[in-house]
Design a protein around this ligand. Structure first.
Ligand code: NAD
Length: 545
C-alpha cells in the first residue's frame, strides 16, 4: 500500500491509526515524509524485532487473561504486528485470543475494558440503526454479530459477549488472511438476564433484562436491513445466539442474504472432518457408524444435519441417514413419544423407548461414536468411556464442549479410559498424552479450521448465499489435509500451523460450489486459487513511501 504523504494531516494521527501504524519500524524516509520525526525514538526496529520484543514481554505475564489484555492492546495500536504475532505463533496465540481464554475475557470484559472495538447497537437504538452503522469509518465486508445470550458454554454474558465477535474476526484474518479493514464486530445489546452482570458496576451493557418476542425480532430485522443498506455486499455471521433464536434466525435469513451461523454450520463441518479422519483409521464409511450426541442444541443438530447431508451425497436416503444419529438432551434420549420437542430435534426423534441418562443410552444403543456438545463438564465418565471401549475396537470420542471446564472429558481421560483406543477430538486444546510408550496427539475440533476459509471463499467470489453444500466441501477439504502421520499419532485434524494454506483451499472449494450453483456475483476466474490469494491480507508492513 502506497499512501500519499498529503493524505496524512500529521504523524500523530498515523501513530494512532492501528491499521497503518508501524511504531518504531517507520523508516527514516517515512519519518521525514509523514511528519513522524521526533515522535519516535531514533532506533528503527524491524517488524521481526518488534515481534520478539512483544513475545518476550507477553510470555512473562502471569496468566492467560493478562496475556489476552496485552494482545488486545497490541491489536488496538498496531494491527499488522498483532497479526504477525498471531500468524507466526498460531498454536500459542490462538488459545489466548479465542477459546478458552476469550470465555474468561468475556466474563471479565467490563473489568479489563480499555477501549471499544467494533460497534454496540442496543434495543434503545430502534429506528436509527442505519445511521449508527454509518458512524463506522470504513466499508464492512464481513460482520460477526452476537446478542451475547449463549457465549461459548458460559451462558448469558450480555454486552460483554463482544469479546467473541472481536476474537472471531481476528481469526478470520489470522487463519485465512481476510483484510482486518473490512471486518466489523457487532454486539446487539438486548439486555441480560445475568444477575451477576446486572449488579456489576463495571458491566458495559444496558441495565435491563432481555427483550423477547416481537421487540427482539424487530430489532434484529432492522439491523439486518440496515447492514445490507449501508454495506451492500456484506457477509453476516451470527455467533453465540441462544438456540431458541439461533435456529430461527438462520432459517429466516439463510435464503435471503449471505449469512451463516458458525455455531451450527461451522461446528458441523469441523466435526465432520474429524469423523472422516476417524473413518479412515477404522476403514469404515458413515453408514457403518452410529452417532450418539450428548446435547441436542446448535452444535449437536448442526453436526447431525451435516452428517446426514454427507450420507445423502453418497446416495443414502434422508430417513435412513437420520437413523444413524441419536440425541440425548437434558431430559434424556430424544425419542418420538416426547412431546414439545424443538423443531431441530424432531428429525432425530426415533421410535424408541425413553432412556433417562447418557450411560444407559450408550449401553442401550451401542453407538460407535459419542459426541459431547452439552456444555456440562465431566459427563464422559470413566463408566461411559469403558462402555464405549467394550462396544468398539476404536470408539470415536469427541469431547467438544467449551471452555475447558465444560469439556466432557480430558484427552488423558479419553485415552486412559479406553486403553488408548479412542479416536479423540476436543473442543478445547489439550496437550499431547504419553501413553504406553507412544505420544497421542489430541487435536482441537476448532471451528477456526473452517469459517475463515468459508468467509474468504465467499468474499473472493462475491457469494450471494452460503449453503450447506459449501460446508460439506469445506469439511472434505479439511479432512484431505490430515496425513497418515497425523492419523498415526491419533490426530484427526491437521496441525494449526498450516492453517492459512488449508483456509485458502477451503476458500477455493467454497467458491467452486458458489460458481457451480450460480451463487457467485463475480465472473469465474481461470485460476480459482489465484483469485482467492488476491484477497489475502499480508501482515508484513508495506512501504508507505
Ligand atoms: P446449545 O445451548 O445450543 O445446546 C446445548 C444442549 O445441551 C441443549 O440441547 C441442552 O438441552 C443440552 N444439555 C444441557 N444440559 C444437559 C445435560 N445435563 N445432559 C444432556 N444434555 C444437556 O449449545 P451449543 O451451541 O450446541 O454448544 C454446546 C457446547 O459445544 C458448548 O460448550 C460450546 O462451546 C461447544 N461447541 C464446541 C465447538 C467446537 O469445539 N468446535 C463448536 C461449537 C460449540
Amino acid at each position: 500500500m502506497k499512501i500519499s504523504p498529503n493524505a496524512i494531516e500529521h504523524g500523530v494521527k498515523l501513530l494512532a491509526d492501528p491499521l497503518r501504524n508501524k511504531g518504531t519500524a517507520f523508516t527514516e524516509v517515512e519519518r521525514d515524509a509523514l511528519g513522524l520525526r521526533g515522535l519516535l525514538p531514533p532506533h528503527i526496529h524491524t517488524q521481526d524485532e518488534q515481534m520478539s520484543r512483544f513475545l518476550e514481554h507477553m510470555r512473562k505475564l502471569p496468566d492467560a487473561l493478562e496475556k489476552f489484555v496485552a494482545l488486545s492492546a497490541l491489536h488496538d495500536r498496531n494491527e499488522a504486528l498483532f497479526f504477525r504475532v498471531v500468524c507466526d505463533h498460531v498454536d500459542e496465540i490462538m488459545p489466548l485470543i479465542y477459546t478458552p481464554t476469550v470465555g474468561l475475557a468475556c466474563q471479565r470484559f467490563g473489568h479489563i475494558f480499555q477501549r471499544p472495538r467494533g460497534m454496540f447497537i442496543s434495543i434503545n437504538d430502534r429506528g436509527r440503526i442505519a445511521d449508527i452503522l454509518r458512524n463506522w469509518p470504513r466499508k464492512a465486508g464481513i460482520i460477526v454479530v452476537t446478542d451475547g445470550e449463549r457465549i461459548l458454554g458460559l451462558g448469558d454474558q450480555g454486552a460483554n459477549g463482544m469479546g467473541i465477535p472481536v476474537g472471531k474476526l481476528s481469526l478470520y484474518t489470522a487463519c485465512a488472511g481476510i483484510d482486518p479493514a473490512i471486518c466489523l464486530p457487532i454486539t446487539l445489546d438486548m439486555g441480560t438476564n445475568n444477575e451477576g452482570l446486572l449488579a456489576d458496576p463495571y458491566y458495559v451493557g444496558l441495565r435491563r433484562r432481555r427483550v423477547t418476542g416481537s421487540a427482539y425480532d424487530e430489532l434484529v430485522d432492522e439491523f439486518i436491513t440496515a447492514a445490507r443498506e449501508v454495506f451492500p455486499d456484506v457477509i453476516i455471521q451470527f455467533e453465540d445466539f441462544a438456540n431458541h433464536n439461533a435456529f430461527r434466525l438462520l432459517e429466516k435469513y439463510r435464503n435471503k442474504i449471505c449469512t451463516f451461523n458458525d455455531d451450527i454450520q461451522g461446528t458441523a463441518a469441523v466435526a465432520l472432518a474429524g469423523v472422516l479422519s476417524a473413518l479412515r483409521v477404522k476403514g469404515t464409511t458413515l453408514s457403518d457408524e452410529k452417532f450418539l450426541f450428548l446435547g441436542a442444541g446448535e452444535a449437536a443438530t448442526g453436526i447431525a444435519d451435516l452428517i446426514v447431508a454427507a450420507m445423502e451425497a453418497q446416495g443414502i436416503a434422508t430417513e435412513e441417514a437420520r437413523q444413524h444419529c441419536w440425541l440425548v438432551d437434558s431430559k434424556g434420549l430424544v425419542v418420538k413419544s416426547r412431546e414439545g420437542l424443538a423443531a431441530q430435534k424432531q428429525p432425530y426423534a426415533h421410535d424408541h423407548a425413553g432412556v433417562a441418562d447418557f450411560l444407559s443410552a450408550v449401553n442401550t444403543l451401542k453407538p460407535t461414536a459419542i459426541i459431547g456438545v452439552a456444555a456440562v463438564g465431566g459427563t464422559f465418565t470413566p463408566e461411559v468411556l469403558r462402555a464405549m471401549a467394550d462396544i468398539n475396537a476404536r470408539p470415536i470420542v469427541f469431547a467438544l464442549s467449551n471452555p475447558t471446564s465444560k469439556a466432557e472429558c480430558t484427552a488423558e481421560e479419553a485415552y486412559v479410559g479406553t486403553d488408548g483406543r479412542a479416536l479423540f477430538a476436543c473442543g478445547s486444546p489439550f496437550a499431547p498424552v504419553p501413553f504406553q510408550g507412544k505420544t497421542l496427539v489430541p487435536r482441537q475440533g476448532n471451528n477456526a479450521y473452517i469459517f475463515p476459509g468459508v468467509g474468504l471463499g465467499a468474499i473472493a467470489c462475491g457469494a450471494t448465499r452460503i449453503t450447506d453444500e459449501m460446508f460439506l466441501a469445506a469439511a472434505q477439504t479439511l479432512a484431505d489435509y490430515v496425513t497418515p502421520a497425523d492419523l498415526d499419532q491419533g490426530a484427526l485434524l491437521p496441525p494449526l500451523t498450516n492453517i492459512r494454506e488449508v483456509s485458502a483451499h477451503i476458500a477455493v472449494a467454497v467458491a467452486e460450489v458458489a460458481f457451480e450453483r450460480g451463487l457467485a456475483s463475480r465472473s469465474r476466474p481461470e485460476n480459482m486459487l489465484e483469485l482467492v490469494k488476491a484477497h489475502v491480507y499480508d501482515p508484513h508492513y508495506p512501504a508507505y513511501i
